[in-house]
Design a protein around this ligand. Structure first.
Ligand SMILES: Nc1ncnc2c1ncn2[C@@H]1O[C@H](COP(=O)(O)OP(=O)(O)OP(=O)(O)O)[C@@H](O)[C@H]1O
Ligand SMILES: [Mg+2]
Length: 361
């Protein structure tokens, strides 16, 4: 079982990616806004921001991109630089622990350059304060010396565009958020959009799939292009080993069943949680730690890795008295909701069916 920080990142349906995967992903990244699938609103707004900047002959406003892992924040930042025909500098919040680290980056920027700061919510406080001034006035104060003898030397910066990415917009301090001229929040993708992502990737990987195969994979991808692309690669492995030229829905579902990703994108951990909830605890309510013990996992793993998606899919509910199985959970496990379940009375009015499968938001 996985342990320690980053738990669950080895899951086939994890939305995160390790270094090796990020390299593979680089090849599948769309290079311009036109090829970027879905996120219509963000794309249209961003396209306007960039076009206006181009017409004015200026660098674009600072852009903040927020949203869950694997939805395209890094991809969009690269697209912004490409669309502005500007060089791109990449760094991240955790890499900038001292204000000096940031000063070194800022002072070496060239005019119009795009600076991408990933996980911007993890930057240190002093660096953050330096960033405020840099974003607003294109200026930083470089502090020389220590204590009473320290002096601040102001340094003018060339105009640049900061693109910040965060999975936790709520953690950004207000003053930082306010300094972005444009904020784009990325949403989970619908099945039709994921199919487009998959079609594009399949063409690049030189794979032959029929329409039903695309929709089969899309429905298991948890609204996330990164997961869709990963499942596609698993299907490709399967087809290669089985000697299949053309992949259909059945081959896709057989391949993904083997990796224990079910028809709704749940993996073994997710299903284990639902099964424990329904079969051992009669649908709950049951405390998180008890539930975790029942599935042999750490509380944090259940809470941070399995639950968000189960809650989003309307399979699991969090109540002050503990976790409960929603009617859709019973159905998904092929069980009927027990007539005497207190959950039924409380929840049947809210979620009576699971036809919301495609509504991944
Ligand atoms: N709209 C999209 N169209 C096509 N492919 C996409 C789209 N969004 C993301 N992808 C693909 O999904 C993968 C992950 O995207 P990306 O790295 O941009 O996610 P991210 O939001 O930066 O994730 P993280 O929060 O983990 O850094 C990339 O390989 C990219 O090609
Ligand atoms: Mg990223």
């Amino acid at each position: 079982m996985s342990q320690g920080p980053g738990r669950g990142d080895d899951r086939v349906i994890s939305a995160g990616a390790d270094t090796e995967e990020r390299e593979i992903e680089a090849a599948l990244r769309p290079r311009n806004l036109h090829d970027f699938v879905g996120q219509r609103r963000v794309r249209d707004q961003l396209s306007l921001v960039l076009e206006a900047a181009r017409l004015r002959g200026r660098s674009a406003d600072h852009v903040l991109l927020s949203g869950p892992p694997g939805l395209g924040k890094t991809t969009l930042s690269m697209i912004i630089a490409a669309e502005m025909n500007a060089p791109l500098r990449i760094s991240s919040g955790p890499a900038i622990q001292h204000a000096g680290d940031l000063a070194a980056i800022l002072s070496s920027l060239t005019e119009g350059e795009v600076l991408f700061l990933d996980e911007i919510h993890r930057m240190s406080r002093p660096a953050e304060e330096m960033l405020y001034m840099a974003m607003e006035d294109f200026r930083v104060d470089i502090v020389v010396g220590k204590g009473a003898g320290a002096t601040a030397i102001p340094l003018e910066l060339p105009p640049f565009t900061l693109v910040g990415a965060t999975t936790r917009a709520g953690l950004l301090p207000g003053p930082l958020r306010d300094r972005f001229g444009f904020t784009g929040h990325l949403e989970f993708y619908g099945s039709d959009e994921l199919e487009l992502v998959l079609r594009r990737s399949a063409a690049m990987l030189d794979m032959q799939l029929n329409s039903a195969a695309f929709s089969e994979i899309a429905s298991r991808s948890r609204g996330t292009p990164r997961i869709a692309n990963r499942l596609l690669r698993r299907v490709r492995d399967w087809a290669l080993v089985k000697g299949l030229e053309q992949v259909d829905a059945r081959a896709s579902s057989n391949a993904l069943d083997m990796y224990e990703v079910d028809s709704r994108g749940l993996d073994r951990l997710d299903r284990g949680v639902l099964e424990a909830l329904c079969l051992k605890f009669g649908g709950g309510p049951v405390g998180l730690s008890t539930l975790a013990i029942a599935v042999g996992e750490e509380t944090e793993t259940v809470e941070e890795v399995a639950e968000p998606y189960l809650v989003r899919e309307g399979l699991l509910g969090r109540t002050p008295r503990g976790r409960i199985a929603m009617p859709a959970a019973w159905k998904h496990l092929g069980l009927s909701v027990p007539k005497d379940s207190p959950v039924l009375g409380a929840w049947s009015l809210i979620d009576g069916d699971d036809d919301s499968k495609d509504e991944v938001n």
